[in-house]
Design a protein around this ligand. Structure first.
Ligand SMILES: *[C@@H]1O[C@H](CO)[C@@H](O)[C@H](O)[C@H]1NC(C)=O
Ligand SMILES: *[C@@H]1O[C@H](CO)[C@@H](O)[C@H](O)[C@H]1NC(C)=O
Ligand SMILES: *[C@@H]1O[C@H](CO)[C@@H](O)[C@H](O)[C@H]1NC(C)=O
Ligand SMILES: [Cu+2]
Ligand SMILES: [Zn+2]
Length: 176
């Protein structure tokens, strides 16, 4: 009964509340691991994202939603940043940015948790631009938010290697 509500919510085009939840669970061969939780209360409202990760080297790490949740070639097969409106790469509040551009997550060190809480107005769990089934990525390096002036700034933020990735899947409704 509860599960049957999910497709109804996904297809809903009304402004009524239709809360959906999703999750990405990270784990890599270097022992890094963590979770990104997504929650969208209203069909056309913002999505809140809570990320908590262990094992990230100290510093800022680019974090994005990539096009695909496909890990057949590790993080590489998630391909590019999710960019359904053909924009240039940017920071999480820039007018000109990819839908998947979430900026950076700061890690105080590999033995501590790195936490990021964001309210993302372009990320949706509803409708045709839903990020469910796509890939969540955390990079080895810092995203320059398109301002770095390197040839990669306008596409990837020059954020370096792909350190952690996971497909975004549906999560159960939250108990109140
Ligand atoms: C992913 O791409 C990087 C950079 O091109 C490459 O070094 C690595 O071997 C690739 N990984 C896989 C699993 O294909
Ligand atoms: C996307 O934008 C670039 C310029 O920023 C343009 O060259 C390209 O043709 C556009 N692609 C589509 C599918 O609109
Ligand atoms: C990045 O894009 C901006 C505007 O879209 C442009 O002014 C700038 O020259 C580009 N930078 C590089 C390194 O291509
Ligand atoms: Cu990325
Ligand atoms: Zn981007």
């Amino acid at each position: 009964m509860k599960l049957s509500l999910i497709p109804l919510c996904v297809l809903a085009h009304s402004a009524v509340g239709c809360a959906l939840n999703a999750v990405a669970v990270f784990k890599n061969d270097q022992g890094a691991h963590g979770v990104a939780s997504f929650s969208q209360e209203k069909t056309h409202g913002p999505t809140t994202i809570h990320v908590e990760v262990w094992g990230l080297p100290e510093g800022n790490h680019g974090i994005h939603v990539h096009e695909y949740g496909d890990l057949t070639e590790g993080c590489n097969s998630t391909l590019a940043h999710y960019n359904p409106f053909n924009k240039t790469h940017g920071g999480p509040t820039d007018e000109e940015r990819h839908v998947g551009d979430l900026g950076n997550i700061y890690s105080p060190g590999p033995d501590q948790s790195a936490v990021l809480d964001i309210t993302a107005d372009l990320i949706s769990l509803h409708g045709k631009y839903s990020v469910v089934g796509r890939g969540m990525l955390i990079h080895s390096g810092e995203d320059d938010l398109g301002r770095g002036g390197s040839p990669l700034s306008n596409t990837t933020g020059n954020a370096g290697g792909r350190f952690l990735c996971a497909p975004i899947g549906w999560a159960a409704p939250k108990a109140n």
